[in-house]
Write a protein that binds this ligand. Structure first.
Ligand SMILES: O=C(O)COP(=O)(O)O
Ligand SMILES: [Mg+2]
Length: 223
């Protein structure tokens, strides 16, 4: 099926970003925390490409996928998410880098008077720690995967961020790297900009982004 891309009402007032795989490469730290959690249970440890395939639906899903990959039932490891989070506290910044164009792009959009938001499935505490450590922003609204009772691809977090920015969905764009972000934008009726080279390893069905960019260096050309 060929979908028509959803377009924002110009000029755009708010730009909302996904975090992992979009603004930052955080997979090495996520892998270290997953491996530490698995090692405590004497379970095998996945390599980086395998863990990248587990990212995008929040920590509980990443932990569940890691345990299933290791050949055990998630229900048999009720402490696994808490153990992961304890390790991630230590590893969140290990190997974490901002993608080329991310920092400059954010500053340039803000300098133009655009409101900037962050809508990630990463829990909000490590999200804020990473934003601070990397001087990423300035963001006017930040929501994590544990900020609301639901997370992406439910549209609620994205709609909340856009409302917090004082904009309406048709005045905003959402910039992401994954099928989760695309589904979230569609459900929220927000125009979607896809950044290639993130953590989406498989083609997305019925994909009709408003724009597709190879790198965040191109983000300024959009609005
Ligand atoms: O925590 C995750 O699974 C991914 O986070 P993201 O929503 O920033 O891509
Ligand atoms: Mg992502």
């Amino acid at each position: 099926m060929q979908l028509t891309p959803l377009a924002p009402t110009l000029p755009i007032r708010a730009v909302v970003f996904d975090l992992d795989g979009t603004l930052i490469d955080s997979a090495p730290g996520l892998r270290l925390a997953a491996c530490a959690m698995l090692a405590e249970q004497n379970l095998p440890q996945p390599d980086l490409p395998t863990v990248i395939g587990f990212i995008g639906n929040g920590v509980p899903k990443l932990v569940e996928r890691s345990l299933l990959w290791a050949g055990v039932a998630p229900a048999a490891h009720p402490d696994a998410v808490a153990r992961f989070m304890e390790h991630y506290d230590r590893y969140a910044m290990t190997g974490t880098t901002a993608y080329p164009g991310a920092k400059d792009g954010l500053r340039a959009l803000a300098a133009r008077g655009l409101k900037l938001g962050l809508c990630t499935n990463k829990p909000v505490a490590p999200t804020r720690a990473i934003l601070r450590a990397m001087s990423l922003g300035p963001f006017d609204a930040v929501l994590g995967g544990d900020s609301l009772p639901v997370r992406k691809p439910d549209p609620a977090p994205l709609l909340r961020v856009i409302a917090d920015l004082g904009a309406t969905p048709d005045q905003a764009i959402y910039v992401g790297d994954s099928v989760t972000d695309w589904k979230t934008a569609q459900a929220a009726r927000v125009a979607y900009v896809h950044v290639k080279g993130g953590y989406q390893l498989t083609p997305i069905d019925d994909f009709a982004p408003w724009a597709e960019i190879a790198s965040l260096k191109q983000i300024e050309e959009l609005s």
